[in-house]
Design a protein around this ligand. Structure first.
Ligand code: SAM
Length: 228
């Protein structure tokens, strides 16, 4: 047996699992922080890291860890109908509950003695424990002739609009509006609803706000926004 010690904690606008993009890079506007902890809050550990544009983060799927793992998974990309083996998936329900994401490194900062990495384009829940950080190496990690099975292409994007009631709010917050667009364009609804309009109003907490939307004629329409 081996023991893992978190080295950092993620601060993320994704406050709940629902609607987090299923892989990094799908919502490039998501900005957050990897805050170094304890003995790892040491600038020596980060020396040279600022020369890299992207990082690998290894982390614990802490919110689903207690639910254990399953040998077969229904990937949302297959509409939730077909099963593949856990090791042919990126499911959170896996042995050891370890996740792996490549993220953009914006900058390294120290605020009040606290070292942190400002990152973007990630798929991580707020408060996710990070167990390792490594630089992304283009010459080795980018595999140009790779095959990606059932996930060869990125997911199709859903158009996103803002209802008149919320237009002013989002006009005043263009960066947040872009994040909402990128997140809802992934159509976070359950896979069996994809390709269909429905009568539900969906809601998610994103950053400091609750966002509501509906799906009409294959368009996500943001209908309400309120403070958390
Ligand atoms: N890129 C990583 C990987 O391949 O290991 C994660 C892929 S996993 C399919 C991405 C999903 O994990 C997100 O959409 C979110 O629902 C979930 N997630 C992110 N952080 C989590 C956490 N700390 N605990 C549980 N689930 C998490």
């Amino acid at each position: 047996m081996y023991t893992l010690e978190p080295i950092a904690i993620v601060e993320s606008p994704y406050k709940e699992k629902f609607a987090i993009p299923r892989q990094p890079g799908l919502a490039p506007s998501a900005e957050g922080r990897v805050v170094l902890q304890g003995a790892f809050n040491n600038p020596q550990c980060l020396q040279g890291l600022e020369q890299f544009s992207h990082l690998w983060l290894q982390f614990i799927f802490h919110q689903t860890q207690a639910q254990g793992w399953k040998p077969l998974i229904r990937p949302p990309r297959l509409g939730g109908n077909s099963k593949v083996g856990v090791f042919a998936s990126r499911s959170t329900f896996r042995p050891n509950a370890l996740g792996l994401s490549v993220v953009r490194l914006q900058r390294v900062e120290c605020l009040n003695g606290q070292w942190q990495l400002v990152i973007s384009g990630f798929d991580l829940l707020d408060q996710t424990p990070v167990v390792d950080i490594k630089p992304y190496l283009h010459y080795s990690d980018a595999v140009h002739d790779s095959q990606s099975g059932f996930a060869q292409l990125p997911p199709e994007l859903m158009p996103v609009t803002f209802a008149p009631e919320v237009e002013d709010f989002f006009a005043r917050q263009p960066t947040f509006a872009q994040l909402v667009r990128e997140v809802l364009a992934q159509d976070p609804r359950p896979a069996y609803r994809h390709g269909h309009s429905d009568n539900r109003t969906y809601g998610v907490r994103l950053s400091d706000y609750n966002i509501n939307w509906i799906v009409r004629n294959e368009v996500a329409v943001v209908t309400a926004v309120s403070d958390c």
